[in-house]
Structure formats: C-alpha cells, structure tokens
Design a protein around this ligand. Sequence first.
Ligand SMILES: Nc1nc2c(ncn2[C@@H]2O[C@H](COP(=O)(O)OP(=O)(O)OP(=O)(O)O)[C@@H](O)[C@H]2O)c(=O)[nH]1
Ligand SMILES: [Mg+2]
Length: 446
Amino acid sequence: MHEHKLPDTEKAVLVGVVTPDASRWDVNDSLDELAELASTAGAVVTDRMTQSLARVNPTTYIGTGKVAELKSLIGARGSDLVIFDDDLSPMQLRNLEKALDCKLLDRSGLILDIFATRARTAAAQTQVELAQLDYLRTRLTRHWTHLSRQKGGIGTKGPGETQIETDRRLIGNRIAVLKERLEKIDRQRTIQRKGRKGFTRVALVGYTNAGKSTLMNVLSDAEVFAEDRLFATLDATTRQVRLGANRQVLLSDTVGFIRKLPHNLIESFKSTLDEVRESDVLVHVIDMTHPRHEDHIDVVRATLGELGVADKPLLPVFNKVDRLEEPELLGALRSRFPEAAFVSALRGIGLSDLKERLLGVIEHDFVERTAYVPLAEWEMIARIHREAEVVAEEYLYARNGEPADEEAPEDPIPVARLRFRCPRKFDRDIRPVLKRFAGLRICAQE
Ligand SMILES: Nc1nc2c(ncn2[C@@H]2O[C@H](COP(=O)(O)OP(=O)(O)OP(=O)(O)O)[C@@H](O)[C@H]2O)c(=O)[nH]1
Ligand SMILES: [Mg+2]
C-alpha cells in the first residue's frame, strides 16, 4: 500500500456548543482536550469558536449566523479543516460541508484517526479499520470521498480509498472480512489466555495519558511505548509481575479511555478490552496533576460500567505525585480515597506501598481450600502447585467410596492431601475436577 505524503501540519478551527444541559464539563475544558487530540493528530489549532444554544442545531449543529461567521474565518485563515466537539449527524455533516466547503471532522472521527495512526499490530489495525468503516458507513457523502481523493491528512488515514468506495455494499463486504479476521485473532488470543488460567490477572485502566504504560514498565521491566501523547497504547501487553515473596500476577496494560470514546471503537476493540473484562482486579491509574482528574475518574467509571466490569475489585492509584503543585490536594484525595495508592511511576515513588495495597485487594479475593487428589492425577497436582499457593501437603491412602466399589473393594490408592490458597476464579475452574475425587475415603496414613 502506498502512503501519500501528508501535509505536516493542517490548520484547524475547533467548534463547540454550550448547552444548558452540559454536564460539569465546561465547553472550554472540552475544547482544551479536543485541541490536545488535534495536535496529537498533527494539526495546529488556530482558532476556537463556541456558541451558547438552548440545544444543538439539528440541521447545522451551530446557528445559521455562526455558520456564516465560520465560513469567513476559514477563508481568512486558510484553514484546512474544522473539528466539531460533538458527533455530527449525517444531515449536519452534509449541510455544513455544503455551506463551508472545507474538510470537517467530529470528535469521534478525530479519535478514530489517531487510533489509525497508532495501530501497530494486526489486531489493532483490524479493530481500528472496522471502527472507521462502521463510522463512515453512516457518514458517506459525495463531498467526503471527493475531498479524501484530493487531499490526505487528518480524518483520511486508515482505510485507503481503494477500500472506501462510495458503495456501501463494498463497505459492508469489507466489514464482514474484518470481522472474520478479528474472530480468528480472538480465537488465537483465547488459546493464549488459556495458558494463563489460575494466575491472578490485573488490568491497568485509566484515562489516556494517566501513566499506565509507565507504571507497567516500572513494575515489570516491560518495554511498553509510553509517550506524552494521547492514545500511546492501543494493544494490550501482558507481563508477569512479582508482588510479594510468593505472589506473581499477570499485569496487562491496555488502551486508555477518553470522554466520548466513540461507541464503535469500544465495540471494535472488544478483543483488546477482553483483557479488562477477564481480569480479576483492576488498577485505576489517575493523573492527579491533571486539572480535570475528577472528571477523568467519572469517565473511566462510566466506561467500566459500559464494559460490564464496574463490580470488579478496583484499586485507585493516583500517579505523578512528583509533579504535584498543590500539596493540599494530596491530603484531600487521601481522605476521600483511603484505599488508594499515591505514586510516581516515572520516579519510582510509592511502588512498594502500591504493591502491598494491590496484594491486599487480591488477598480479599482469595479462598483457602483442601482437596484430596489421587497421585495418579499428577497433572492436577502439578497444576495446583503451579497456580495456587500450597500451604500444606501430605500423602495418605484412600479407597473409592462409590457404592459399586463396596462390593469389590479396591486396593487403597495413594492420594495427596493439599491445602492451598487460590483466587476464587481458580477455585471455580478446578472445582468440577476435584468433585470427581469427593468420594475418596481415607483409610490409612502412609
Ligand atoms: N511527572 C510524571 N510524569 C509521568 C509519570 N508517569 C507517567 N508520566 C508521563 O505521562 C505521559 C503519559 O504516560 P503513559 O505511560 O504513556 O500514559 P498511558 O496512560 O499509558 O497513556 P495512553 O497509552 O495514551 O492511554 C508520559 O510522558 C510519561 O512520561 C509520573 O509519575 N510523573
Ligand atoms: Mg499507554
């Protein structure tokens, strides 16, 4: 596939609407974040335009007067694109394109574009392309393809024009192919994950740029790409991490969350987000030095809810203490989140406290069990040794207590009596197997 040379910087105008029902997010904060996203995508923001409206204009998003104002601004600045803070409906997009004659993007389109440039592995690339096509399917306008053919740049990366024909049917076909490819990737991942059964699995979650990958690196010696950019990480990485003398966990780093994460991205990133869904414990990394960290916490919680994992045990970790400028914030957060750890992933501050607290959360999720297992079932015994913490082990003889055996008593068989601690999940996994040995009657000590 050839890559067309993209202009290094595109000049962008940001547009946001203030509505009375807007939540705690101030439109300026939201545009700050949009500007960060735009610069991550390689644009230079020259202007911002906001408008207070009772509600967003259903035909043009902003009011008619504002559209005219925007048009002359674009002309005066020689802008390359306009980015809207909310998702535009196909109708709004069509009308605005007609009126402005300029490349238009909305927040979701911008986020998708960043994801497209960041995707490195086949899985991430497939997932992003799927999300993009799904997004485009409802927004295909003649103008859009016309522009994309002439110019490259933000909003046009990812699926090349050979793939994006205006024909929706072709897009539908391509989506089917990608879905199939993802299913294959999914199956491979499921096989990989099977090998990790029984390990306590911990997933790092948090707002983009909170420091998840930096924390992953410092805890595990992994070399995960960390950068002061939004969405540095798109793929899940998993590493073993030692928490205490006798406790290894699997730690996964994964894609960051953001306000208004496009819904089709969450859908498409299902297999990456499975790391989060299948983990036993979540570590929620928060950049406490970010002025909007409270909102970030809310967004992450809401996204976890959407993923159906809101009830998993969760450890809040406030990161970047090294950079904290208001010492009173530390006290306030400590009293509000007494269970939280306060760290600097970058400087390696507070890591042993973090590990201790994480151990505490995990312990809470552990159970102690006793099981009798015939020595002939050495694979099962080995598995318990490998994946649980064996506290005591002794060897005995037992007879099978099934009624059929009463008439023709078998010779006593050697069995191991194992007392072990394990995650509830491991206990659930092996219980059906151990049930098979429930009829054993201990008859002699060796
Ligand atoms: N001062 C300071 N900077 C940090 C700390 N931890 C991370 N950073 C910086 O914050 C930026 C983002 O860090 P990442 O680890 O890439 O963040 P992330 O949460 O993985 O971000 P995404 O993958 O984009 O979701 C980088 O520039 C890090 O160097 C910290 O404890 N202190
Ligand atoms: Mg990262």
